[in-house]
Design a binder for this molecule. Structure first.
Ligand SMILES: NC(=O)c1ccc[n+]([C@@H]2O[C@H](COP(=O)([O-])OP(=O)(O)OC[C@H]3O[C@@H](n4cnc5c(N)ncnc54)[C@H](O)[C@@H]3O)[C@@H](O)[C@H]2O)c1
Length: 284
């Protein structure tokens, strides 16, 4: 078998780290031309330098900036045939605790941002006569953990995948992926630094471990490539069986709430630490 993405022209949002970066690297290895965007300039530069992919520093919530990046990439690469939306933010907590500003930001990035990138890329796919849209979601959409208001916006990404599956097939296939914890992502490091939380959850997890970005990029590759040519309007659950174990979710619900309630500064403190994590530390 030849390369899986020979002649493909891919655009990845959130390509600066973890799953997004792993997609950029893997898609190039499989023969695609690849462009990506990320809000972080340092991460964007690091990935451009390491891979030679075309990078754009942009906020996915900014419709004009997304269209500018997508159209420029299509002009430089001679079209677009693959979109993987990964750029995401997780803010807020329980429904009663989440502020309007936090909710607005989650909608701006996770709902409208995914929508803008899709809206910008679809015309290029229609012009190319083929395409694969991949929306990267979360098990929070279907199996919420304690204080995970973010599941509300992650659920909308699945609806976007299904909507496009109806509107643009057979030219374009449109699917989603939901995953559980990602071992090498800043967001899940927050919890991995707290053994009281991670130990009981991983004990109950069928695989006893989270997925790596590289493993999840493989699932994106499958959906992006013709290997999945009969799959449209589907969600692949790549969580190692996490959502099949009620015990795991119980551990989350029982351990996270009281722990955070007893340590109100814990999340804020860890978030500040994570903001300082460099791409090299995570991906090196
Ligand atoms: N981390 C987890 O354990 C986990 C669990 C389930 C699902 N997910 C999902 O997996 C995907 C990757 O998660 P992650 O935790 O590695 O993500 P992340 O927080 O590391 O963000 C991914 C990239 O998106 C970029 N980004 C953030 N906001 C952006 C914006 N407004 N515009 C452009 N780029 C932006 C970040 O700079 C980062 O490089 C996300 O869609 C997330 O919702 C993550």
């Amino acid at each position: 078998m030849g390369l899986l993405l020979e002649n493909a022209k891919a655009f990845v949002t959130g390509g600066g780290i973890s799953v997004g970066r792993a997609c950029v690297e893997l898609f190039m290895k499989e023969g695609a031309q690849v462009a990506f965007l990320d809000i972080r300039e340092d991460r964007t530069k690091a990935v451009m330098q390491a891979t030679g992919a075309l990078g754009y520093v942009a906020d996915i919530a900014d419709r004009a900036a997304v269209f500018a990046a997508v159209n420029d990439a299509a002009a430089k690469m001679g079209g677009l045939t693959v979109l993987v939306n990964v750029a995401s933010v997780m803010e807020g907590g329980r429904v009663v605790d989440t502020t309007e500003a936090q909710l607005d930001r989650m909608f701006a990035v996770n709902v409208k941002g995914y929508y803008w990138a899709t809206q910008a890329v679809v015309p290029h796919m229609l012009k190319a006569g083929k395409g694969s849209l991949v929306q990267f979601g979360s098990v929070a959409a279907t199996h919420p953990g304690w204080g995970e208001s973010y599941g509300i916006v992650k659920a909308s990404q699945l609806a976007l995948a299904y909507q496009c599956a109806m509107e643009y097939a057979p030219t374009i296939r449109s699917n989603a992926i939901i995953c559980g914890w990602i071992e090498d992502s800043p967001a899940s490091r927050l919890l991995q630094t707290i053994p009281e939380i991670i130990a009981p959850i991983m004990a109950d997890h069928p695989m006893h471990r989270a997925a790596t970005s590289a493993e999840l990029a493989n699932v994106c590759l499958f959906l992006a490539s013709d290997m999945s040519s009969s799959i449209n309007g589907e969600t692949i659950v790549a969580d190692g069986g996490q959502t099949r174990t009620q015990g795991n979710l119980n551990a989350l619900m029982q351990k996270m709430g009281p722990l955070f309630a007893a340590n109100p500064d814990l999340v804020a403190k860890n978030m500040r630490n994570l903001a300082a994590v460099t791409p090299d530390e995570l991906m090196g």
